[in-house]
Design a protein around this ligand. Structure first.
Ligand code: PMP
Length: 436
């Protein structure tokens, strides 16, 4: 509560200082003051409005037409979603009802429910051997999305270069650009099993290289790093004094024969790594928006400052649901991963039987990223073709970066029988096409 009061006082001071500055004749502020009253019916004044210049740094993906078409096709099978089709566990939902009935509908401590931070710190120690102080080194955020954005906003100076994978999660590049950083693509090549090569990474380094933003298990390719591969990247980061933001939202979704490596647990990495996690994927809670980030106090403190002004705190009831999911029985997570594994094997086997398609077996996350480059089409044209001819929704690889071109992304988050039907339809539709 004390923290919340301090936050309110700081927010008032900030507001006051903003007013003082704008009354000094801040040009941007003036642009937003309508010269004539809108109520008088003279709406021309709105013409002076322009979105902030920083928005020019990012592009809005042109997928509108695609989804409009999908809505018009009632038989459509959607393989484009980045969320589990399993339900949230009953234990977790019951905790949500209980918190609601007990009236836990007020602001929570800004850095998160104390018991949740303690449970996450304990989990990091138990699972990876890394110790974090729950009060100053763990921050609960609005999904991993907020954690990634505030990490970049808080730590980048203009012109700082951030290595991000290409193909990679769609939010990285815009978040880097909005934080005035420079995104630099690390190629994830199919011939290297969609993992970064040390040679590529080293060739991209400059004196401006500041952050390595890693994501394994990977969206969209399903690749995962071995211990040795993770060590190689860690060594580069330590030698070049770079920070690592490790997006580990799929840490629990790993398949037989693979093991997740937490970047912070590698030698010399704890002090330079922010680990980003989420309840979205592991506990099928995408709509509840609970994520977290942990790391050394010096790195977490600036993120916490931004977080206070951006969201104040995360939804209290959702945090209670997350806590119950984390502390409760984990069998349902195991079952879900087992089922995703069965489905990824089905996708892998069936797609590889289709002439012209090559599909790697995903080691983690819940996506397959088959190569469709031998058909004479861009990935966007190919996804549109599948939508029209097979009524199956997939995501064009180009959505994930320039090097995603030539592939499409399919999710394993659709029931097995439906997935079989989708694959039957894809196979049938592709018989109509020629390939090289
Ligand atoms: N990172 C990756 C790699 C993701 O795939 C996603 C969601 N698709 C996120 C972060 C965002 O997760 P959250 O729902 O926790 O914001």
């Amino acid at each position: 509560m004390r923290k919340w009061i301090q936050f309110c006082i700081r927010a008032r001071l900030l507001k006051l200082s903003t007013c003082l500055r704008s009354s000094d004749g801040d040009k941007k502020h003036k642009d937003f003051v309508p010269s004539k009253s809108i109520n008088s019916g003279e709406a021309e004044s709105i013409r002076t409005f322009q979105p902030a210049r920083r928005l020019k740094r990012i592009e809005t993906p042109e997928m509108g037409e695609f989804f409009v078409l999908a809505r018009q096709l009632p038989r459509c099978i959607n393989l484009s979603l980045g969320e589990s089709d399993f339900p949230v566990s009953k234990t977790a939902l019951d905790a949500g009802w209980k918190a609601t009935k007990e009236g836990k509908t007020y602001y929570e401590t800004t850095n998160g429910l104390p018991e949740l931070r303690e449970a996450l710190a304990e989990k990091a120690y138990r699972k990876y051997g890394t110790r974090y102080d729950p009060d100053s080194e763990v921050l609960i955020t609005v999904g991993a999305t907020e954690a990634i954005f505030i990490a970049l906003l808080a730590l980048l100076d203009p012109g700082d270069e951030v290595l991000i994978s290409d193909p990679g999660f769609v939010a990285y590049e815009p978040c880097v650009a909005l934080s005035e950083g420079v995104p630099v693509s690390i190629p994830l090549r199919e011939e290297n099993h969609f993992k970064p090569s040390v040679r590529d990474v080293t060739s991209l380094l400059t004196p401006e290289s500041r952050v390595m933003l890693l994501n394994f298990p990977n969206n969209p390719t399903g690749s995962i790093l071995s211990h040795e591969e993770a060590i190689c990247l860690a060594k580069i980061a330590a030698e070049r004094d770079m920070l690592v933001i490790s997006d580990e939202v799929y840490e629990k979704i790993v398949y037989e024969g693979t093991k997740h490596e937490c970047m912070a647990a590698l030698p010399r990495m704890r002090e330079r790594t922010l680990v980003v996690g989420s309840f979205s994927k592991t506990y099928a809670m995408t709509g509840l928006r609970v994520g977290y980030v942990y790391g050394p106090k010096e790195l977490i403190t600036p993120l916490w400052t931004l977080h206070q002004y951006l969201v104040a705190c995360v939804d209290t009831i959702a945090q209670h649901i997350g806590l119950a999911a984390l502390m409760g029985p984990q069998e349902s997570v195991g079952k879900m991963v087992k089922e995703f594994s069965r489905r990824r094997i089905l996708i892998h086997e069936r797609l590889n039987k289709i002439e012209g398609i090559r599909c790697a077996l995903p080691g983690g996350a819940f996506y397959a990223f088959p190569n469709i480059g031998s058909f004479d089409m861009s990935s966007e044209q190919f996804s549109k073709f599948l939508l029209k001819e097979a009524e199956v929704i997939t995501v064009p690889g180009s959505m994930f970066g320039r090097l995603g071109e030539g592939c499409i992304r399919l999710s394993c988050t659709t029931a097995y029988l439906k997935l079989e039907e989708a694959l039957d339809r894809i196979e049938k539709a592709l018989k109509k096409l020629e390939h090289n």
